[in-house]
Design a protein around this ligand. Structure first.
Ligand SMILES: [Zn+2]
Length: 491
């Protein structure tokens, strides 16, 4: 008892230290999570406490030496307060694109970001920091080391265990997300792209192609593919539209699927280096523009930058933000981009139907009800999840129709080429979302629309592709089909 009493100052210090870290850093990653009811909130509080336990283990070792703690903790704490302010106020994800913009932005632009609330947040954070540093000076940090070292080590191992059970549950949140972001920024690209593009044969006809790279849309939830609900009323009314029902991919998450779709990589045949579709199309004298509503991932960012121009909408918010811009934010830049060149190849990278579905469509498309109201999946009914998912498909129907409406007005022959990167589990075998084993995430939606002018000018190409409508295909065909539709041949 007497011994426990002598350890009390150290215990109180660590309780205070961890409370300050929750308030100023780790709590920010949970602040915007949509939750309904006491049970869901309690589950996320437990999640936060588990994450903080892993951090507490690290903080314990950092606190053992006064000088190390004063210098290292102070620097890290203030740096993280800089991140958490954005996470708290704007739900910004602290990932590689944000780290990149901080490290590569000119100082005058960075100064523009500093506001009065930002300064006030820092002032309060500095007071909290001074308080905890003073407190640390008043204790003997190594007291009880032999008692505390085991729980501290276990806390650090808890991180490894939790990440093994549910990958991404900790590393996508502060403070770990920033560490991963820095690591990804300094890592060499995982993908080797060919700089030498093979000789091509092509004509110089005017063509406008809009390539919509979709997200998490499975083909069997499209009304035009025979789904019981009319989720695609606008696309159903379009002529010259082909929907392919049998496209297969074995890549079930964006980071793996997008590089395969955008290069000559084949599903079953890995090579040392790949050719970006944009490098080929650029060589065939097209102007290429990428408009993206997703943050760029390390696995496909180098491919994106082979476009002649890259426009990123809402680029600091990833799929972990709950106030992400809607995909229609890409239509405004599209209007300008369509005017750029008579040979224009534009890619729109959607957030599409990625979870959290309620952040993907407007009230106008909230047709199927009841919808999801909490981010905690076990407390939702299948009906709620599928309703919200189907509402995102209704929004996709609107989004693609808006693009077709624009292309119909173009003077040049034009095309809309849509493919989703993968599908989604919607309760089959008790599974939800994607990036896990199972077939439901492997049949993405795939649609091509031709303008009347395109059909008149290239009837053979249109009839050839139309014949493939019911064939079993894999995403290997995407790269080669686009080149064929643009009449580019690799010699
Ligand atoms: Zn994806």
């Amino acid at each position: 008892m007497e011994k426990l009493k002598s350890l009390r100052p150290v215990i109180v210090f660590h309780l205070l230290l961890n409370s300050i870290v929750i308030i100023f850093i780790t709590g920010a990653s949970y602040y915007h999570t949509p939750l309904e009811g006491i049970k869901d909130t309690a589950i996320y509080i437990i999640h936060l406490l588990l994450l903080q336990t892993t951090v507490a283990g690290l903080l314990y070792f950092l606190s053992l030496n006064k000088w190390v703690f004063h210098i290292v903790f102070s620097v890290l704490f203030l740096m993280y307060c800089g991140f958490s302010f954005w996470a708290y106020t704007q739900d910004i994800s602290i990932t590689m694109p944000l780290i990149q913009s901080i490290l590569e932005t000119k100082p005058d632009i960075a100064i523009d970001l500093i506001s009065i609330p930002y300064i006030l947040f820092f002032v309060v954070a500095i007071f909290a920091l001074l308080f905890i540093l003073k407190r640390q000076r008043s204790i003997q940090p190594t007291k009880g080391f032999l008692i505390f070292v085991i729980p501290a080590l276990l806390a650090v191992f808890l991180f490894i265990a939790l990440e093994k059970i549910r990958p991404g549950s900790l590393i996508n949140r502060l403070p770990y997300s920033a560490v991963i972001g820095f690591r990804q920024y300094y890592e060499k690209p995982t993908l080797q792209l060919n700089k030498e593009i093979p000789a091509l044969t092509f004509n110089k006809d005017s063509i406008k192609l809009v390539f919509v790279l979709g997200e998490t849309v499975r083909e069997d939830h499209l009304g035009i593919n025979g789904y019981k609900r009319n989720t695609t009323p606008l696309l159903a009314s379009k002529t010259n539209l082909i929907s392919f029902k049998n496209l297969y991919t074995n890549n079930t998450y964006t980071g793996a699927s997008v590089p395969q779709i955008l290069t000559d990589e084949l599903l079953e045949q890995k090579k040392e280096s790949y050719t970006s579709i944009y490098s080929v199309v650029n060589k065939a004298k097209f102007k290429t523009t990428w408009i993206g509503n997703q943050t760029l991932e390390k696995s496909f960012a180098p491919i994106v930058y082979t476009n002649s121009e890259v426009i990123l909408v809402d680029k600091y918010k990833s799929d972990f933000s709950f106030n992400k811009e809607l995909d229609e934010a890409m239509l405004l830049p599209l209007d300008d981009v369509l005017k750029l060149s008579p040979r224009q190849f534009t890619t729109l990278h959607m957030m599409g139907s990625h979870w959290w579905y309620e952040n993907r469509y407007t009230e106008d498309y909230s047709k199927f009800k009841p919808i999801i109201d909490s981010k905690y999946i076990p407390s939702l009914s299948s009906e709620q999840i599928i309703n919200s998912y189907d509402n995102t498909i209704l929004y996709l129907d609107y989004f693609l129709s808006e693009i077709i409406n624009r292309l119909e007005k173009e003077e040049e022959p034009s095309l809309l080429f849509y493919v989703s990167d993968h599908g989604e589990h919607l309760g089959e075998n008790g599974k939800w979302l994607h990036a896990q084993a199972g077939e439901e995430a492997k049949n993405p939606a795939y649609i091509i629309w031709f303008s009347e002018k395109y059909k008149e000018k290239y009837p053979k190409r249109v009839s050839k592709i139309t014949k493939l409508k019911n064939n079993k295909l894999t995403t290997d065909v995407i790269y080669f089909t686009i080149l064929e539709l643009l009449d580019i041949k690799i010699n």
